[in-house]
Design a protein around this ligand. Structure first.
Ligand code: ZN
Length: 201
């Protein structure tokens, strides 16, 4: 093990930064050094923002989104179409759809997908709450915006079965050619799905 080049406080900062997704030990050192150099301009406001976030962030009791208000900003926004719920596995997926301005509806964050291999069953994610929201009367469509993985699709099928008597339309995302994608580079599964789900031109 190499000798420490800085005091324990700085080493601790580096270790914590290294736990962030996308940052290894090397980039954590670079990030720590950057913070230290920008102590007033970046480190102080970041520390304050972290403290406020620690104190104020809650999980929305309606949809499972994270926000500093409960119910969250999305659930309390009257301009959104409350008849459509987009079910996503994670808050990151909600943020991605919002970034794309893909849909102006409500959401439901499941908090994961079913995964028998990892021991994640229906009770471990927020499926019951989604089903009861779908039965609420106001909802006309549930869009299952789940990953195109085995776990994502297993979860989609499971939820579809539970919603068959809810009187709502259950839809899922199309599988196929990505925008800007070249057919020659696509895998067989994606190409087959794209042909099967072709639409009228
Ligand atoms: Zn919410």
């Amino acid at each position: 093990m190499p000798a420490a080049v800085a005091g324990p406080e700085i080493e601790r900062l580096i270790q914590l930064l290294a736990r962030l997704p996308g940052l290894g030990p090397r980039s954590a050192r670079r990030a720590a050094l950057h913070l230290i150099k920008k102590r007033e301009a970046l480190m102080a406001p970041l520390g304050a923002a972290l403290a406020i976030a620690m104190e104020k962030i809650e999980v929305c009791k309606t949809c499972g989104n994270i926000d500093t208000q409960n119910p969250c900003t999305v659930c309390t926004d009257d301009r959104r179409d409350a008849s459509i719920i987009v079910a996503v596995a994670d808050v990151a997926d909600l943020w991605a759809l919002e970034r794309a301005h893909a849909v102006n509806s409500r959401y439901h964050v499941l908090g994961g997908t079913l995964s028998p291999l990892d021991g994640i069953g229906p009770q471990d994610i927020s499926i019951d709450a989604l089903v009861s929201r779908a039965h609420g009367g106001e909802v006309k469509e549930v869009i299952l915006a789940l990953n195109a993985t085995v776990d994502g699709q297993t979860t989609a099928h499971y939820i579809t079965d539970l919603l068959h008597d809810a009187g709502v339309k259950v839809t899922r995302l199309a599988h196929g050619v990505p925008v800007g994608g070249e057919l020659d580079y696509l895998d067989e599964g994606t190409l087959t799905a794209a042909i099967k789900q072709r639409t009228l031109f």
